[in-house]
Design a protein around this ligand. Structure first.
Ligand code: NAD
Length: 542
């Protein structure tokens, strides 16, 4: 320890592979997909490096092929959660005191394992577990996850380098120690990268973790567990549990050593967790850090000066990639009357050209939504739109769950800008359009700002610089990630730190040093070289 000021490898974004016909990566991922599809796995809890099989199991199936079983996973009981907490706390001293470069090396190694030997496996598992097409799997499970791991190592060193001034008489040193206790990571189904990053970022900063993945992502989470193990994360540092989310969360939050939650998921679940933390506040040894990235009702607004084809493409990609199941997905769009005929034509052409089906067929742009609950909810909103006056289904509108949970990408046109699907997060391939009068630009900006409780992402399309500037100011509180002339999805680690405010979360910006700061507690050390030996100051002199 302490034998050099080490420089970490410069973090660079992982190059996205094309998977075009004839490429080796396409063949490899398809072969891996087939072999994983045709075998069955049994996923144990992972506590203190031990695989624990409780015998209380659930099954895992691809959303696009729900009668096919990919395997089983074991559900924890309360005693297992307690064991995961105890184990983490036992592992803490060694891990927190390990030199940072050793921790960095583990996670840089994990990044290389994903970039190389595990790439096809983590992508294929994400295609199977979450029904991502290969491009969506590659930008998430491989590239974004690699980027999180590499950039976080660089951000960690930036934090450590941030030191106060000193004088010749005394040396001021700021230590960034991990939090006292353990961190609880709760992850959503929709990004394999987020599932890996929430426990890994806290662990990188020297914390120990209890990690609970989403039930709908356990199949690809198992690949992450294998990668962390192979990369050398020591036993007890990241403990993985599955099962009843309420029981697990209540058990974790009851521990006096709970020191922070790293959550991504829906707003109501996060608010519930926050309330429980408040109820337990007198029991904790330290004020827990509460970090949550939650829902969105993300918008696209076009100015009359915008290019209609670009606007339509922004909506098509922003709303429908990964079936609209991105927290950043566009789900409401505001189009000026003068542009609408063209935007509508291009949009309907695009939607009609989509192929939908299994991700194994790489011609499919659209696959299934995550589970039956999501399918039923989306079908209900679509049916309601068909029956409601003042709203029209102008594309899509069909659904079928006989083989997989398939919802046709659907475009609704609403006369009322506060129609339910303009305000509520549906988390699926449904976008609602409101057409505004061209001379109502300023009023429409106010409408965008005031329509939803969320503030995650948003985009403005305009070739008029004054209009772009006006929108940037008017919409400053309603999107943590704001795009000018681009779709509102696709944030890249190291380029666009991601997160929103209002009901969308604590805006701690995953993929930046801001997030890592939440997982350290600074200690200021002042060392005086020659200590004073007389209390009297000169002004006390005769
Ligand atoms: P979800 O809230 O259903 O689940 C998230 C996690 O919380 C899962 O691990 C789940 O098991 C757990 N959970 C569920 N109910 C719980 C409870 N009562 N107590 C404790 N834990 C509980 O979310 P999801 O469906 O997996 O993901 C979709 C949601 O996540 C959307 O709202 C989306 O906008 C949001 N999201 C946000 C971001 C972001 O960066 N802002 C990123 C991805 C997803």
């Amino acid at each position: 320890m302490g034998k050099g000021f080490f420089q970490v490898p410069t973090a660079l974004n992982e190059t996205v592979k094309s998977y075009a016909p004839g490429t080796p990566e396409r063949e490899e991922v398809l072969a891996t997909y087939k072999s994983m599809y045709n075998s069955s796995i049994d996923v144990p809890l992972y506590i203190n490096g031990e695989e624990i099989r409780t015998g209380d199991t659930g099954t895992m199936s691809p959303p696009h092929d729900h009668q096919h079983i990919l395997g089983t996973y074991h559900k924890a009981e309360k005693q297992h959660i307690q064991k995961a907490i105890d184990t983490a706390l036992e592992a803490r001293e060694k891990w927190a005191n390990l030199a940072w470069e050793q921790r960095a090396a583990i996670f840089l190694r994990a990044a290389e394992l994903i970039a190389g030997p595990y790439r096809a496996k983590i992508n294929a598992s994400t295609m199977l577990a979450q029904s991502k097409n290969i491009f969506q799997a590659e930008i998430d499970a491989a590239c974004e996850f690699i980027d999180f791991l590499r950039f976080n190592v660089e951000f960690m060193t930036q934090i450590y380098e941030d030191q106060p001034d000193s004088t010749s008489a005394s040396w001021n040193r700021l230590e960034y120690r991990p939090l006292e206790g353990f961190i609880y990571a709760i992850t959503p189904f929709n990004f394999t990268a987020i599932a890996g990053n929430l426990p890994a970022s806290a662990a990188l900063m020297g914390n120990v973790v209890v990690w609970k993945p989403s039930d709908s992502q356990i199949y690809s989470a198992k690949v992450i567990v294998d990668i962390f193990k192979e990369a050398g994360v020591p036993d007890g540092v990241i403990n993985v549990v599955y099962g009843d989310p309420v029981m697990i969360t209540d058990t974790v939050l009851a521990s006096p050593d709970f020191s922070g939650v790293h959550f991504t998921g829906s707003t109501h679940v996060f608010k519930d967790i926050w309330a429980k933390i408040g109820t337990n506040i007198h029991n904790y040894k330290t004020y827990p850090r509460i970090v949550g990235e939650t829902g969105g009702k993300d918008f696209i607004i076009a100015h009359p000066s915008a290019n209609a084809k670009q606007v339509a493409t922004g909506i098509t990609r922003g709303a429908f990639e990964f079936q609209g199941q991105k927290c950043s997905a566009a789900s409401r769009a505001y189009i000026p009357k003068s542009l609408w005929a063209d935007v509508e034509k291009f949009l309907i052409e695009d939607v009609k050209s989509f192929k939908m089906g299994s991700p194994e067929d790489m011609g499919n742009f659209i696959t299934a939504v995550i589970h039956e609950g999501s399918f039923d909810k989306l079908a209900k909103y679509i049916d309601q739109a068909k029956n409601d006056s003042g709203v029209k289904v102008i594309a899509g509108g069909n659904y079928d769950k006989s083989k997989g949970y398939f919802i046709e990408p659907t475009v609704l046109l609403a006369e009322d800008p506060k129609y339910t699907t303009m305000c509520t997060e549906l988390f699926g391939p449904v976008v609602t359009i409101y057409v505004y009068e061209d001379d109502q630009w300023a009023e429409t900006l106010k409408l965008v700002d005031g329509t939803s409780e969320y503030a995650l992402t948003g985009a403005i399309f305009s070739t008029d610089r004054y209009a772009a500037a006006e929108a940037t100011k008017a919409l400053e509180n309603c999107a943590g990630n704001f795009y000018i002339n681009d779709k509102c999805t696709g944030a890249v680690v190291g380029q666009q730190p991601f997160g929103g405010a209002r009901a969308s979360g604590t805006n701690d910006k995953a993929g930046s040093y801001l997030n890592l700061l939440r997982w350290v507690s600074p200690r200021m050390i002042k060392e005086t070289f020659v200590s004073p030996a007389d209390y009297r100051y000169p002004f006390l002199g005769e």
